[in-house]
Write a protein that binds this ligand. Structure first.
Ligand SMILES: [Mg+2]
Length: 176
């Protein structure tokens, strides 16, 4: 039995193709490597949560209900392949609203920790933006960047091309 640990997942550009302010659940497409990587992390004890900034709501591009409908579709598509998302947390605000939940602010990570009962100090945050890496580090965990060819160092613990490669790295780090 492996100890459970929390993995905070960015959504758009990490789990599914980033279509920039996607508001149609039927437009959700899971990225290559996502299913296999998440299945392997899960088998190794990872409890998976989604932390997503959806500023399209705050910008007036779509409403909160629509944002959650898209998220539900992502969770459903993963579930069809056996991947369980334990909790989803969303920031619906535009950057200029200066809220306390937009990544890299820690509020949504804390929400996931409360919802799952797991510590952030042993967590990994995986995403395709600096804000994802900064969130992971800011809460005392590790940040892993998903990027085809990382051009910048955001202080990430690692850079991987997709979630399958991310799983390789994390499992190796945990000696699994
Ligand atoms: Mg993203």
């Amino acid at each position: 039995m492996t100890d459970p640990f929390l993995v905070l997942l960015d959504r758009d550009g990490t789990i599914n193709i980033d279509k920039h302010y996607l508001s149609d659940p039927d437009g959700v497409e899971i990225l290559p490597g996502a299913i296999s990587g998440l299945l392997r992390l899960q088998a190794a004890g990872a409890v998976l949560a989604i932390v997503t900034n959806q500023s399209g709501v705050g910008r007036g591009y779509f409403d909160l209900e629509t944002a959650w409908a898209v998220n539900k579709r992502v969770v459903e598509l993963l579930a069809q392949h056996g991947v369980t998302i334990a909790h989803s947390a969303m920031c619906p605000h535009a950057p200029e609203e200066a809220c306390t939940c937009r990544k890299p602010a820690p509020e949504l990570a804390l929400e996931c920790a409360r919802a799952t009962g797991l510590a952030l100090t042993s967590s990994w945050t995986i995403g395709d933006k600096a804000s994802d890496v900064q969130l992971g580090r800011g809460v005392g965990g590790k940040g892993l960047l998903i990027a085809a060819s990382p051009a910048q160092d955001f202080g990430q613990s690692a850079s991987c091309t997709d979630l399958d490669a991310a799983a390789d790295f994390i499992l190796q780090e945990r000696g699994l």
